[in-house]
Design a protein around this ligand. Structure first.
Ligand code: UD1
Ligand code: MG
Length: 422
């Protein structure tokens, strides 16, 4: 991506940025940069809205074991520290990425002054690093050295770390689209190799007479499914993007839904192994949510920083590994309903049947400040065609509300289907 930007950047500007000014008089005018605005008030309200039901379930509704609750709370405190570190590190990292010409222009503000500003790119790298430090440090508080979980936990961290690295490589080198699609399958390898859990699926009650089995062992095909899930989760977040706050916003909504789902499962179960699987997921999702909220404070409309493929891949992989190791990948896929819809709408262009431009974004009218849907197959364009023209911020909120509704419907669906699996 940076390579693309370098190529498209004005050559004289490039020279000016790299050259050291000789004297005060000859200081070249730096291309303007987007101001760093922290939208902390908005993020605080959003956090209270998303985390309210989760806190209610942990502290009031369910009677969670003392030790488990303690681990969850320690993880929450560590994650909270992560928010402040992320908030502090983003302005620092922004300066460094700008120095290396890693920036983008806000396409949905083209034709206005805001569209001429350089917006630092790939700030997902800060979230990825802070997340990994938190997740590594947390092991000290939770696992004993001979814990069986330690192997899978570290394999999960290796996959997330590998994915963050490949995302950053993509941001810097601008990897071709079809190669990009495959990157997550390499990053998932550490997890696939270390995975020693079950490879079976429970057949829903109404289907048992047709399948003839209650439990179906998929063997190596289960690992293939895990790999495909990682490829889907990462790419689906990356292509449901291009509006200020959308990449991080969708992650924050899904991560909150995952937390609620986990605590509901822990609260309703008596099986220690099952509870541990869901607690494992909480230990990774709390830091993901916390660091993402820190990033969203800068990425929300109007964006002061862009997240880059580093973030979209990192977030998608983290959610895929918790879905796999927490054994709730089917639920995860329902949480991803808007991404599935966006993927289906994108299929003609992704498969090459219909030409696919570099950016499949709406058309921006600089006079009215409104976006109009184009014929590119994305949920963003589809929503605009369905609901009419609207501002970038309103469109992002509409899409995030849709994401929250999809997650809520998932809880209802699970509730009604629960009898199928008993
Ligand atoms: C994916 C999408 C592409 C979409 C892009 C936006 C597919 C196949 N690819 O490509 O259609 O345009 O994401 O992220 O669906 N940008 C904004 N505003 C934002 C976020 C990003 O204008 O709020 C622009 C900036 O110029 C930024 C660039 O998008 O530099 C980042 O694009 P990149 O993540 O490299 O695009 P892809 O992931 O390849
Ligand atoms: Mg991207």
């Amino acid at each position: 991506m940076a390579a693309r930007k370098r190529a498209s950047a004005d050559a004289s500007t490039e020279a000016k940025v790299q050259e050291k000014p000789k004297s005060q008089d000859s200081v070249p005018a730096e291309p303007p940069t987007a101001p760093l605005n922290l939208k902390s008030g908005f993020i605080l309200k959003l956090s209270l809205l998303l985390l309210g039901p989760y806190c209610y379930l942990i502290f009031h509704h369910y009677n969670i074991d003392r030790d488990l609750k303690k681990s969850i709370l320690i993880n929450a405190v560590v994650s909270l520290a992560g928010v402040f570190v992320t908030l502090k590190m983003i302005p620092v990292a922004s300066k460094y990425v700008l120095r290396r010409n890693l920036f983008g222009y806000d396409i949905n503000k083209r034709g206005t002054y805001a569209g001429t500003l350089r917006v630092p790119e790939s700030l997902g790298i800060v979230v990825g690093i802070v997340f990994l430090v938190l997740a590594i440090v947390f092991q000290y508080f939770n696992f004993t050295s001979d814990s069986i979980w330690l192997v899978e936990y570290n394999a999960a961290l290796a996959s997330i770390c590998f994915m963050t690295l490949l995302g950053f490589v993509d941001d810097v080198l601008d990897v071709p689209w079809r190669v990009k699609l495959l990157l997550p399958s390499f990053a998932a390898l550490p997890l696939l190799m270390a995975y020693a859990g079950h490879t079976t699926i429970i057949i829903p009650k109404p289907l048992i007479p047709y399948v003839g089995l209650q439990i179906l062992d998929l063997g190596w095909m289960y690992k293939l499914y895990m790999g495909l899930l990682a490829v889907f989760c990462t790419n689906s977040i990356n292509i449901h993007a291009g509006l200020n706050g959308l990449e991080v916003g969708q992650t924050v909504v899904i991560a909150s839904a995952i937390l609620i789902h986990n605590i509901m499962q822990i609260g309703a179960s008596k099986d220690p192994e099952y509870k541990q699987a869901h607690a494992f997921s909480i230990y990774l999702v709390q830091p993901l949510l916390a660091t993402s909220l820190g990033l969203l404070s800068y990425n929300w409309y109007p964006s002061s920083v862009f997240v880059g493929d580093t973030y979209t891949y990192f977030a998608g992989m983290t959610m895929a590994v918790v879905g796999i190791l927490g054994h709730f990948s089917e639920t995860l896929l329902i949480f991803f309903a808007p991404q599935v819809l966006n993927f289906l709408l994108s299929l003609p262009q992704l498969s090459g049947l219909v030409p696919c431009p570099r950016h499949r974004l709406p058309r921006f009218d600089s006079k009215t400040g409104l976006l109009t849907g184009t014929n590119d197959g994305t949920l963003v364009n589809f929503t605009l065609r369905l609901l009419g023209r609207m501002s970038e911020n309103s469109l992002c909120i509409v899409l995030l509300v849709f994401q929250a509704i999809a997650c809520f419907l998932c809880f209802l669906l699970r509730h009604f289907l629960a009898g199928w699996y008993k």
